[in-house]
Write a protein that binds this ligand. Structure first.
Ligand code: HEM
Ligand code: HEM
Length: 168
């Protein structure tokens, strides 16, 4: 690792960043699709509004009949993957930058990176709290995920801007 830090360029860093970022965005898209499906399967329960609301609460933890059994585990697994990827990107970014400059905070990329990590952890935390006793957890999960879309765009944009500095 120390030898890698002495490399004259950030090529190794932005290669890992680009690959992990590609995977993160793929994970986000898969989460949006599986999450959207979970969302629809909740709302298709029951006919009348009243029974629909009741079913929504009751079925949050059980598996509704119109939902394949692998859907929720797949969503959760992909969620775990995106958490790990984002933490990996944070570690590589911090270690790489500190190893090269001896300090942090060289561009808005730092704020964007910290924001994305914070939002991802908040989303996962809220997701694991979804239950009938905690009606705030579901809307929080959804709202944070929307903000995460903007955050991922910002971190890619600022990351790419930083990479331009090292390209000939
Ligand atoms: C950060 C990691 C994530 C974890 C650990 C996670 C986990 C969960 C869990 C446990 C549920 C409840 C499932 C159920 O009701 O049976 C859920 C629901 C949902 N998630 Fe995620 N999720 C994550 C990220 C995302 C992302 C990035 C999106 C969208 C881009 C998303 C969209 C949704 C949607 C739409 C629902 C359904 C809410 C509803 O039924 O009203 N999730 N998620
Ligand atoms: C979730 C995604 C990401 C996170 C959490 C993240 C996090 C970070 C952090 C915290 C730093 C230290 C910044 C500083 O102190 O100024 C950093 C540096 C860096 N990141 Fe990222 N990053 C992400 C994605 C990317 C992407 C997509 C790229 C490029 C395509 C990238 C390229 C870089 C480069 C080249 C540096 C060196 C900073 C400099 O020279 O100013 N990162 N990253």
């Amino acid at each position: 690792m120390l030898a890698a830090l002495n490399l004259p360029s950030f090529l190794w860093l932005w290669r890992i960043a680009a690959w992990s970022m590609g995977l993160s965005i793929s994970a986000y898209l898969l989460l949006a699709v599986t999450g959207g499906w979970l969302f629809v399967s909740h709302r298709q329960q029951g006919g009348q509004l009243e029974s629909q609301l009741k079913n929504q609460l009751e079925n949050q933890l059980a598996t509704p009949a119109n939902r394949p059994s692998w859907l929720r585990p797949l969503h959760l697994f992909t969620g775990g993957v995106i958490v790990l990827l984002v933490l990996l990107l944070l570690a590589v970014g911090l270690v790489g930058t500190f190893g090269y400059y001896g300090s942090l905070g060289h561009s808005p990329h730092l704020i964007a990176g910290l924001t994305v990590v914070g939002l991802t952890l908040l989303s996962a935390w809220a997701a694991l709290r979804i239950s009938p006793e905690r009606p705030w957890a579901r809307p929080l999960h959804l709202g944070v995920n929307l903000a995460l879309l903007i955050g991922l765009t910002a971190v890619s944009w600022t990351g790419w801007t930083v990479v331009q500095k090292y390209l000939p």
